[in-house]
Each structure stands twice: as structure tokens, then as C-alpha cells.
Ligand binder design. Structure first.
Ligand code: FAD
Length: 495
């Protein structure tokens, strides 16, 4: 096949993966990124000696990242050291009530048994089932582009899906097995933080429990951004060209094909485009109405995964009580999820999460200091004002201080906040979403926004708003699928 010139809009994980795979096929690949730094929601910034990852912090499903590197005859180890965290994470259930979640499965069983007698054998069954879901998903489902139901009609896949009850309610599955509120919260948190109320999530996503509790919680030294740097290196080895501070302003269509893109007033001729920026932004701002897959009403009806209020804090002392990952579940789980998904509003009594990566990686903070990332999940589309940020900073700080039993306010030497307005301004994110679309039953597989533009044959969408969904591993897989789809299109065109 003759080399084709392709453009990728955006340099998040989906854009980087699509660029690497397209270049491997021999195409000329240009990545256009509106921000100064590559990596999308996984950018990093440095202030006064503190290095903050701005987005993802849970490195789950390391096999997906490894498989990406293997496809380019490399390994994650060639680029960064991956550490398994022990304990994996910790949950604060109330005053002086904190449970460290062990990385060792036998210790985890013992912990379950101590909280609810008999629950360790239920955990075994749950995990066996979750493992099967993980394996079926990764071997049969996850790399499907979700264009048509026909993709799922192989006898074997249907048989396995039915046997595994992939589409029954996740919450029912958890509640049948575990009665204790602590165990329910522990099992339900991965789906809540990554995108939907447990009762609206299909049981398929118990694969997340398998990923988190059995495959382990890892950490790439240097911060999550090390993964971005490594993927950029892979791309460059394949000949990908990066253009930063380069916002794509418009896609020019002729005879149902994109013929050029406009960047900073310059017209660049292309044979194909992968849109890895937020799907809604590409459709509503870069192409004319007649070429859109979906209108505003469609997006307004979708259930979005949360946005977030984040504080990046540099603290000039060590905080012995904090673990690398600490989840604050010392408030009503149900009420906060209602405030995210149903009666969208700023929460009265929020759950939140604190990441202290300097516990594992001393290079992320000056000596004797601690690097903190405090995140509160929040409904998308809410008003975001400096006053609200200050109000919630005080609230979260109080809860944090009460847990660690010492005052912090005088020791905070870096304090930067990030919320809905920033997600919109930095990433063109619909409603200021942080993690894309929620993983609800009617937003799974073929029900997700389609990867292929139905009217423009050389425009493919990728990333967390399409198949397979939000999170770093799914975004990498999405990029791989999008490269396959565009390559196929370009091949057909040449025939
Ligand atoms: C705070 C936070 C915490 C998270 N925690 C985790 C976690 O712990 N584990 C996990 O697995 N996942 C986590 N996620 C989710 C994960 O980070 C995302 O799902 C993933 O990074 C999305 O990648 P993407 O390629 O779809 O999009 P993005 O990373 O958003 O990339 C899209 C890029 O397109 C660019 N762009 C937009 N418009 C244009 C334009 N017109 N021209 C050029 N460029 C444009 C944007 O600047 C951006 O760089 C988290 C996300 C956030 C925000």
C-alpha cells in the first residue's frame, strides 16, 4: 500500500496508541496537540520541586500496557520501573477506622473473613467469576469496534456471555455475595470512581475487581506520566511527528472524505484522520452539522462519568499516616453517587481520594516533603467558581487533618486546584468530564458512540468517549482499534 498522510487530533493515550500502530503500518503520521505538553489527561507539572501527575494514578491492568510495548518489540521495563504497591490501597471508613487492602490474595481473604465470617469463600467465587469475565472480555470482546451486533454473534462469545451473566446488575452481584457495608463499598468503588452507579453497571465490570485486587495496583516510577513519555518514544521510533501548541480548528470535507485539516490558519492536506480529542468537541466544533453522527440532544441524554475537583498540594513535612492511595469512604456512598448521577449538585458530604505518590517515589517531592493529590468526584456540567473551590478545599482539608491527627494548613507550600472549567479549557471536554462516558448497560459495546463517522469515510473516533470506554488501558486499546479501522479504509481506497 502506498504511504498515506494521516493526522491524529490529540495526544492522550488513545491518540498515542493510534499514532504508533498507524505508523507501524507504514503511514506518515502527524499528531496535533492543542496543549504544550503531550499526554492529554495524563500530563504532569512541576512546581517548587514537586512533580504532580495531573490525572491518572491507578496503574491497573499492566498486561494491556505490556502488550502495547510488545507490539513494538519492547517492554514497559525498557522505559520505566513498575512497582507493585503493598498495601495496594487503604480505605478510611470513619474516625480511627482504616483498613489497608493487602496486595497478597491470601491476606485479602483473611481480611474479608475478619470483617464478615464466611466471606472469603464468597470472595473466591466472585474472583473466579471476575477472572472469567476479564479473560472473555480481553480475548473476545474488548478489541471489537462495536460497529455492529454481528461482531458479537460468534456462537462461542454469546454462549460465554450468557453463562457469565455479563449484563446483569453489578450491584446485585456484589450484594448477593457480601452483606457487610465495608466489603460492599470496597467491591463497588472501582465502578463508582470510573464511571457509574453500581446498580446501573453491568456485571461485566467485575473484571475491574479482578484487575485491581488480583492483578495488583502498580506504580510507574517517575509518575504516571512515565507511561506517556514511553509511548511517545515508541511513536518517535516509528517515525511519528508531533506538533504541540497546535489546535485543530476545522476539518474540510469533500465528497464525504476529509481532504484537509486546518491548524492555526494553515491548511494541511491529509488522507485520513483519527479524532482522539473528546468526541463531542470534534463533532460539534470541527465538522459541519450535516456530517455529525450525533446531535446535541443525544449527548444531553448520555450518562457521563464524573468530573473532579482536584487539589495538587506540596506539603513541607512527612505525613506518616497516609498510604500511597487512600480512599475516604467515611460518608454516605449512595448519597454522593446520587449527587453525581441523579440530582447533579455539589455534594453535601463527599467521598474523596488522596494519592501520596511521594510515599513510593521520593523524587516527586523535595526532601522531607510530601506530594498530595486530593480528588473529589463531581457531576459534570456544574457551576465551578473560585468560592466553591475554596469551600471544598476547607471541607476536604478538615476531613484529612482529622484522619491524620495533625494540622496541615501551615505546611502547604504548593496549592493548585483543577476542576470543571479547566477540563473544558484544557481538553475541550463536554461538561468538563474527567473520565468520559459512564459504563452503564445502555452505554456498553454497540451502544457507545460509534468509532466510525457514518458520513465521512476517512474519519475515525477514538478515546474514552467511544469503545471500549474510560480509563488508561481501554484508551490504549481504543487507539489500537482506530488504527486498524483507518488502515482498512486506506487499503480499500487504494485497491
Ligand atoms: C483526574 C483523573 C484521574 C484519572 N484516574 C485514572 C486512573 O487512576 N486510572 C485510569 O486507568 N484512568 C484514569 N483516568 C482516566 C484516563 O486518564 C482517561 O480515560 C484517558 O487518559 C483518556 O485518554 P484519551 O486519549 O481518550 O483522551 P485525552 O487524554 O483527553 O486526550 C485528548 C487530547 O486531545 C487534545 N485536544 C482536544 N481538542 C483538540 C483540538 N481541537 N486539537 C488538538 N488537540 C486537541 C486534548 O488537549 C488532549 O490532550 C483519570 C482521568 C482523570 C481526568
Amino acid at each position: 500500500m502506498k504511504n498515506k498522510k494521516t493526522a491524529i487530533i490529540g495526544s492522550g493515550f488513545s491518540g498515542l496508541a493510534s499514532a504508533a500502530y498507524l505508523a507501524k503500518e507504514g503511514h506518515e503520521v502527524h499528531v496535533y496537540e492543542k496543549n504544550e505538553q503531550l499526554g492529554g489527561r495524563a500530563r504532569q507539572f512541576e512546581k517548587d520541586g514537586f512533580v504532580f501527575d495531573m490525572g491518572p494514578s491507578w496503574y491497573w491492568m499492566p498486561d494491556v500496557m505490556e502488550s502495547f510495548f510488545n507490539d513494538f518489540d519492547a517492554s514497559a521495563n525498557d522505559y520505566y520501573e513498575l512497582k507493585e504497591l503493598s498495601p495496594a490501597f487503604s480505605i478510611v471508613y470513619g474516625k480511627d477506622d482504616e483498613v489497608a487492602i493487602p496486595s497478597d490474595y491470601n491476606e485479602l481473604r483473611a481480611l474479608f473473613e475478619s470483617i464478615e465470617p464466611g466471606s472469603s469463600s464468597e470472595l473466591d467465587q466472585f474472583m473466579d467469576d471476575a477472572q472469567k469475565k476479564y479473560e472473555v472480555s480481553f480475548s473476545k470482546l474488548i478489541e471489537k469496534p462495536g460497529i455492529s451486533i454481528l461482531e458479537y454473534l460468534e456462537f462461542d462469545t454469546i454462549k460465554q456471555a450468557l453463562k457469565l451473566n455479563l449484563f446483569s446488575s453489578y450491584q446485585k452481584m456484589v450484594h448477593r455475595k457480601f452483606k457487610h457495608a465495608k466489603l460492599r463499598a470496597l467491591m463497588e468503588f472501582p465502578v463508582l470512581f470510573l464511571g457509574a452507579k453500581p446498580k446501573d453497571t453491568p456485571a461485566l465490570y467485575s473484571l475491574m475487581n479482578y484487575a485491581g485486587l488480583k492483578l495488583g495496583t502498580h506504580y510507574p516510577m517517575g509518575g504516571f506520566h512515565s507511561l506517556v513519555k514511553a509511548m511517545v518514544s515508541v511513536c518517535k521510533k516509528q517515525g511519528v511527528v508531533f506538533h504541540t501548541n497546535s489546535e485543530v480548528e476545522n476539518l474540510k470535507v469533500k465528497h464525504n472524505q476529509i481532504i484537509s485539516i486546518c491548524v492555526d490558519g494553515e491548511t494541511i492536506l491529509v488522507d485520513g484522520v483519527i479524532g482522539s480529542a473528546d468526541y463531542h468537541h470534534i463533532e460539534s466544533k470541527l465538522i459541519d452539522k450535516e456530517y455529525r453522527n450525533y446531535d446535541e440532544k443525544y449527548w444531553a441524554k448520555k450518562t457521563f462519568a464524573p468530573s473532579s475537583l482536584i487539589f495538587y498540594l506540596g506539603v513541607k513535612k512527612k505525613l506518616n499516616k497516609l498510604k500511597h492511595h487512600t480512599l475516604f469512604f467515611d460518608a454516605d456512598f449512595e448519597e454522593h453517587s446520587n449527587e453525581i448521577y441523579d440530582n447533579k449538585q455539589w455534594p453535601k458530604d463527599p467521598l474523596f481520594y488522596v494519592c501520596t505518590p511521594s510515599k513510593t517515589d521520593p523524587n516527586l517531592a523535595p526532601k522531607g516533603c510530601e506530594n498530595l493529590f486530593v480528588l473529589m468526584p463531581l457531576a459534570t456540567g456544574l457551576e465551578d467558581t473560585p468560592e466553591l473551590r475554596v469551600k471544598y478545599f476547607k471541607l476536604l482539608l478538615n476531613r484529612l487533618e482529622s484522619h491524620i491527627g495533625e494540622s496541615l494548613s501551615d505546611d502547604i507550600i504548593v496549592n493548585e486546584s483543577y476542576c470543571i472549567k479547566d477540563f473544558k479549557a484544557d481538553y475541550n471536554a463536554y461538561g468538563g468530564n474527567a473520565y468520559g462516558l459512564a459504563n452503564t448497560l445502555n452505554q456498553t459495546a454497540i451502544f457507545k458512540p460509534k468509532m466510525v463517522n457514518q458520513k465521512i469515510s476517512n474519519l475515525i473516533y477514538t478515546g474514552q468517549l467511544t469503545v471500549p470506554g474510560p480509563g488508561v488501558p481501554p484508551s490504549i486499546i481504543s487507539g489500537k482499534i482506530s488504527a486498524k479501522l483507518l488502515t482498512q479504509h486506506l487499503k480499500n481506497q487504494t485497491l
